[in-house]
Write a protein that binds this ligand. Structure first.
Ligand SMILES: [Zn+2]
Length: 498
């Protein structure tokens, strides 16, 4: 048994809004006790000074994509649908090493920016592999970060999933996109099953989940197959639901009801289920999710970047939806900064109407980025708080940094002022993964070299897919906004459009 004592810091209690001087005694990877300054520690305990540091629970990124990190900055004016059309270009031809590298790069960025755990929907073309999934998981384990890694899967291509899109393409492009057809449901489900049987990592650190990517990109049988796997292996389920208006309209056209109502009818909602985005959820959808104990991973940065819209988090909280906050992938955010995501979550709630009483408080945003995310990841009783019995996932902010001069209110400043630049040290499971601004687990020089080499190789290998994307833009870029122009009634906008 090993002991560490973190002395001299101010320990943030988000729920109470206080930051009091206290020492934290850590036994192995968990917090054993929080005591007054100078409290006794067992003989041989390693002492860490946290003088002039604010200690907050590690931030939990409730939605990201490890494969997106090599694609940051590759696009500008992308809707979600243009991003999906760009996928073969921006994520094509990835080697097993690239899968590790892209995930590792994101993990490094996250820990340097105060995030200690994430929910990663990881994509492999054309279907998940045991090796690819193991590489993504190993990247987190090697960085020392906690993660849930879910193979992101479907059995319909984007061109089969969007009504009328394939036929809107000129015949030569129809032929090209026919090559993007996905393997049959059984092949992908069996690949996931094999990968789950081969899972070797400690599930307290890195655990698997299953992510049927977007409901209408999946047949009902495929969604049910994913849900069966989640049940059998006791895993989370995560899906992009009501992200863009195109999705919302497509759901109604395909199912005659919302995507959420359809998922409820399939029996797949529950406390293990996370909706990513939920921009276009209506009040009944939110009630369905809240009643079943499900989560929403709110990605305000990506929702604005892709023009998806502004999610109504107040309405979600009112219906007891568990709220987490995510950055989304670096291919559409284009960073992995949970401080920024918290700040945007607060701001996005505030631009939706003049009734300030409906705006998220900084406390609610900070709780969503810690406890809410922890619950969505299935780590609800172990991370997200600095408290006895919880894992020692602790971020130490430099109180001498201008962000904290003066210290007026710790929670307001955590959400509205901090941007990651005051992160001094980051402890995950009692281990200093970032120590005085230096990452201890990764050789950054080597990472830089490998990333540069991968970038050049992938740019050459995907040049043809880039040309295909450019040819698709005029059609996808006009067909999808056309679909989205359909009237769609969402209660919160206060007027029926149809
Ligand atoms: Zn996503």
């Amino acid at each position: 048994m090993s002991h560490t004592i973190v002395r001299g810091g101010l320990v943030l209690d988000i729920a109470k809004g206080t930051a009091e001087p206290a020492d934290i005694l850590i036994e192995d990877d968990a917090i054993r006790e929080i005591g007054p300054p100078g409290c006794p520690a067992p003989d041989g305990a390693v002492e860490i000074s946290a003088a002039r540091r604010l200690l907050h629970p590690g931030l939990v990124n409730a939605h990201t994509h490890g494969h997106g990190n090599l694609a940051k900055g590759m696009g500008d004016r992308w809707t979600l649908e243009l991003l999906l059309a760009a996928a073969p270009w921006i994520t094509g031809n990835r080697s097993t090493e690239d899968k590790y590298l892209s995930t590792q790069l994101g993990a490094v960025e996250m820990v340097l920016k105060g995030c200690t755990a994430c929910y990663d929907l990881s994509f492999e073309w054309p279907l998940p592999t045991t090796e690819g999934l193991a590489q993504a998981a190993a990247a987190y384990a090697d960085v020392g970060m906690r993660a849930v890694v879910a193979p992101m899967v479907a059995d319909r291509s984007f061109y089969e999933a969007i009504p009328g899109l394939r036929h809107a393409l000129p015949p030569p492009l129809q032929e090209r996109v026919a090559e993007l057809r996905l393997p049959p449901a059984e092949a992908t489900l069996s690949a996931i099953r094999t990968a789950l049987h081969g899972w070797t990592l400690d599930r307290d650190r890195v655990r698997p989940a299953v992510a049927p990517t977007i409901p209408h990109h999946c047949s009902d049988a495929f969604i049910s197959g994913c849900a069966d796997l989640a049940r059998e292996f006791d895993l989370g389920l995560h899906s992009h639901v009501a992200e863009s208006k195109v999705q919302a309209v497509t759901g109604i056209r395909l199912y005659g009801r919302t995507q959420t109502a359809h998922l409820a009818a399939l029996g797949v909602l529950g406390p293990h289920f996370t909706v990513a985005h939920g921009v276009w959820l209506d009040e009944d959808d939110m009630a369905l999710l809240g009643d079943r104990g499900a989560s929403v991973a709110h990605n305000p940065g990506s929702n604005m970047r892709l023009g998806s819209g502004l999610a109504d988090t107040r309405a979600m909280l009112e219906r007891r939806v568990n709220l987490g906050i995510g950055t989304d992938g670096a291919n559409c955010s284009d960073n992995q900064n949970m401080y920024e995501a918290m700040r945007l979550a607060s701001f996005v709630s505030k631009v939706q109407g003049p009734d300030w009483r409906r705006w998220l408080t900084t406390r609610e945003a900070a709780l969503a980025a810690t406890e809410g995310g922890a619950r969505a990841l299935g780590f609800g009783d172990r991370i997200g708080r600095i408290a006895p019995g919880y894992k020692a996932d602790i971020v130490m902010l430099d109180l001498d940094h201008p962000n904290w001069l003066p210290l007026n209110d710790p929670v307001n400043q955590l959400v509205h002022t901090e941007d990651g630049t005051a992160v001094a040290s980051v402890m995950i499971g009692g281990r200093l993964v970032v120590d005085n601004r230096r990452i201890t687990t990764v050789d950054l020089a080597r990472l830089r070299e490998r990333v540069a080499a991968a970038r050049d190789r992938l740019a050459a290998a995907n040049a043809d897919s880039r040309r295909l994307y450019e040819a698709l833009v005029p059609v996808v870029g006009s067909h999808c906004p056309g679909l989205a122009a359909a009237p769609y009634h969402v209660h919160r906008y206060g007027a029926r459009l149809d």
